[in-house]
Design a protein around this ligand. Structure first.
Ligand SMILES: [Zn+2]
Length: 209
């Protein structure tokens, strides 16, 4: 087992401290389930890569029994079809310490902290989908629960903003939110991946609110 820890630095901001433990990848059925929804999001351009190869969008699924989740790894937006090695298991996290512990062969997306915050606030949450869409972001910003413009991508501020949305808005009912401080960023969660995916598409297609 190899233990590594480092600081993830992006755009001059230290996002989080992550520890990567090398352990077996997630089971194939979990990967298959995620790929079913990821394929749809990828086909719609909601998960993918910008010109220049910067990937965007990610999906996580939480264990029923354990307080851990698997999330598509950092930079996988450029990859059309994911295999087990493209996932990372986040086995523990601390929003206050800005840290996550990951197990897998690939680094967790720096948005893992954002996913962790949703799971921490909503005990019934079993899946989180984060997508990018300029069109829908423009349309939904401040019309659905929206995190503050000052809360950037993958930061503890974003995690705290998610808690605020649960406390002060109807995010728990709508289950879809926009990120004012993360351009094009939209996130949904559900009691299953199917639930998170359907909910997201409903809101994007204008059925709600
Ligand atoms: Zn994003």
């Amino acid at each position: 087992m190899v233990h590594r820890s480092w600081q993830v630095i992006d755009e001059g901001y230290i996002k989080f401290h992550s520890q990567l433990h090398q352990t077996p990848p997630p089971s194939e059925w979990v990967v298959e389930e995620v790929n079913t929804w990821r394929d749809r999001m990828y086909a719609l351009g909601y998960i993918g890569a910008y010109e220049g190869g910067i990937g965007y969008g990610n999906i996580s699924v939480k264990s029923d029994l354990l307080n851990e989740f698997i999330v598509t790894g950092s930079g996988t937006g450029t990859i059309p079809l994911l295999f087990p090695d493209h996932f990372t298991r986040v086995s523990s996290y601390s929003i206050d310490e800005n840290s996550v512990v990951c197990e897998g062969r690939i680094d967790a997306s720096s948005e893992s902290m954002t996913h962790a915050a949703v799971y921490a606030c909503a005990p019934d949450a079993r899946a989180v989908i984060h997508i990018h869409s300029r069109k829908h972001w423009d349309a939904l910003l401040n019309r659905i629960p929206t995190t503050s413009k000052s809360a950037a991508y993958g930061t503890p501020e974003m995690a705290r903003e998610i808690k605020r949305l649960f406390d002060e808005t109807d995010f728990r009912e709508i289950r879809v939110m926009a990120m004012a401080g993360h351009e094009e960023g939209i996130l949904s969660y559900g009691t299953s991946l199917e639930d998170a995916g359907r909910r997201l598409l409903e809101v994007l297609e204008g059925e709600y609110p």
